[in-house]
Design a protein around this ligand. Sequence first.
Ligand code: SF4
Length: 373
Amino acid sequence: MKINWRSIPWAKNSFAALNAACELSGITLNEVDAPEDDITCYSLNSVNEPHFRDEISDAECITIAGGPHPTACWEEVRQYADYVVIGEGEYTLPALLRMIESGSQTLPAGVASKKQVVMPNHCVLLPSYPPFTSVKGYTEISRGCPFGCGYCQTPRLFGRHMRHRRIDDIERATRVFRDVRFVTPNALGYGSDGIHIRLDKVEKLLKSLTGRRIFFGTFPSEVRPECISDASLHLIESYCANRKVHFGAQSGSNHVLQMLRRGHTAEDVMKAYDLCRDHGMTPVVDYIVGLPYESDDEQRLSVTQMKEITRHGIVHVHHFTPLPGTPLAGTSARTILPDVQRELGRLAQSGKATGSWIDAEARFFKDNEDQLS
Ligand code: SF4
């Protein structure tokens, strides 16, 4: 049976991880640019999903769809895909492929077909799977997030319990790279529950990679602002090659942050900014504008904070997109005020702001095309 993986730039890291999991089960995935016999697998997000819907529905082979969008909207996706993988795929995808190959009709946990669904009953232990094998990707060091930010699919896909890959496994996997980059919801959360930071474990990890160029706390391993301290920046300075630290602010309004359940304040963001500046590091700070809870004044408050940040740093700004499966699904983005647009335009012209506040969807294509390219 020939099993194919539909090449999608956004999903390169998912391909690397699931290819490794399939190899462990003796299954080879062939990368293809269109659906082919016998089975073609897709990993979809909520923005690129409409672009693949007709292709999947017209495919003459068996189709399997997984990823953030099918997990959140499995009932909708199973209308056009033969099988939907709900949640993490490392265990489920090989089990489903084996089921199809054997001709069995008993779905493994975490799969929906046209007529049945068996909800996931497990979560993946990262040490049980390599981050990648023959198809290289970034090294995923942690999965899951204890925070439940209203706009984010991560805790809905991976759960709220942080799980970590072992240091010796990370060291072994990254030997093939001179430059080492990580995937994690919060790099400084490594080895901890994500709330009570364990810098001793972060240091142990970084020390184990001595001799390589380590990029930590910068894309794609951003950090949370309240984790930035003299001690954590000292670790990055001592062991890492990056001189930028990337963290999320999302809004300059404490009311909006509270409504989003971000778990930090606007003051935490400015404190992180000051610390980065004092350590000679450039802060790169994420914002979302047009959030449903935001008043006009609160939108302007975000811009006021962005202007402070850009005295020494860069802001990365996106227009809010409501994602399925999140508490903010079904809400609408607020319009960006004309004066806010003008200020963002000025910051962009001076090279201090990047992002996609005009076309929110561009974020999902552009950011992810950057990955591994
Ligand atoms: S935005 Fe970051 S901190 Fe918030 S839930 Fe998502 S991964 Fe966690």
